[in-house]
Design a binder for this molecule. Structure first.
Ligand SMILES: [Zn+2]
Ligand SMILES: [Zn+2]
Length: 306
């Protein structure tokens, strides 16, 4: 365990921290997030930065590949549950990506003393352009973004999601339209979490239509079940593994280390095998009074005849 200082706190990504360490607590393996003087540890901060940089391209892919199904006619359904036409979900998600990122852009502009956006003009920008501008500004002021203090922000939630919010959360329920507008106190840690979650939801839309995840021939380090399945990024690059038994998610680095260790152990076992067989044969020879075929010792009958 790293040394704790009063100013340090666990990385806001918690168990999913990119620099987490695995330790045993009361006989249970636990993932411990790295300690940091900021909201997110450096590897997690860089991860949010990389996600921000890639978000506009992902948005274009989701928009281009799936978004245009909203024009009526054929509707694509990705899975049976929930039975929502893909296009509706995609449209709502794409809108949410733009409004959430633009809201963080607005807050960073205020603290970084940058020109405040002319709301009328910014609302006229096409969504893709607005997202591009927001992501570029947020990536350039990443530390200011992640250090933001909690402040009330407007968010849209489905009615079931809104029902799970703490009692007394201010907001308006739009019963007929099926959503709620809620006011939440959101900080820089929430900004990072929202960006990662929106990215994951967009990536999931692209990967859901892909072939099923490949089963990996390496047992899980947490539950020891051979239930590891590969995880790919939305553009098909390896992105770690997920255990379908215990749910542990391996980062690409953790999976590479685990695979290396398992292969090294297998290799060591394979190398030990012929040696064990040789030893067993020698023992058999000694016990039965016979010598193994490979022995240079002259057999008894030859000695007798000599
Ligand atoms: Zn971290
Ligand atoms: Zn497992």
């Amino acid at each position: 365990m790293p040394e704790t200082s009063v100013d340090q706190r666990p990385c806001a990504r918690g168990e999913r921290c990119a620099a987490r360490t695995i330790t045993t607590l009361n006989g249970q393996r636990v993932a411990v997030p790295a300690l940091t003087y900021r909201t997110y540890c450096d590897p997690c901060r860089d991860h949010v930065g990389a996600i921000l940089a890639g978000l506009p391209a992902l948005y274009v892919r989701v928009h281009g590949e799936l978004g245009h199904h909203s024009g009526g006619g054929e509707r694509v359904t990705v899975s049976r549950t929930p039975p929502v036409p893909l296009s509706l979900g995609v449209d709502a998600l794409l809108r949410e990506v733009v409004t959430v990122l633009a809201s963080w852009e607005e807050r960073v502009r205020t603290v970084a003393r940058l020109a405040v956006l002319d709301t009328q003009a910014s609302r006229r920008r096409p969504d893709g352009q607005a997202l591009d501008a927001a992501c570029r500004l947020l990536a350039a002021h990443l530390d200011a973004l992640l250090a933001l203090r909690p402040e009330p922000m407007l968010r849209v939630r489905t009615i079931p999601e809104a029902a799970k919010l703490p009692p007394g959360t201010p907001g308006v329920v739009r019963e007929v339209a099926g959503y709620a507008e809620v006011i939440l106190d959101l900080s820089g840690a929430d900004a990072g979490a929202e960006i990662l979650r929106l990215h994951a939801r967009c990536a999931a839309l692209l990967t859901e239509t892909r072939a099923p995840a490949k089963h990996l021939p390496v047992p899980c380090d947490w539950c020891s079940y051979a239930e590891l399945y590969e995880v790919l990024t939305w553009d098909g690059r390896p992105d770690g593994a997920r255990c379908r038994e215990c749910g542990y998610e391996y980062s690409d680095n953790e999976y590479t280390l685990l695979r290396g260790r398992v292969y090294a152990e297998e290799l060591a076992r394979a190398e030990a095998q012929p040696r064990r067989r040789r030893l067993a044969a020698a023992e058999y020879g000694a016990l039965s009074g016979r010598t193994p075929a490979c022995s240079a010792v002259v057999p008894d009958d030859e000695r007798m005849s000599a």
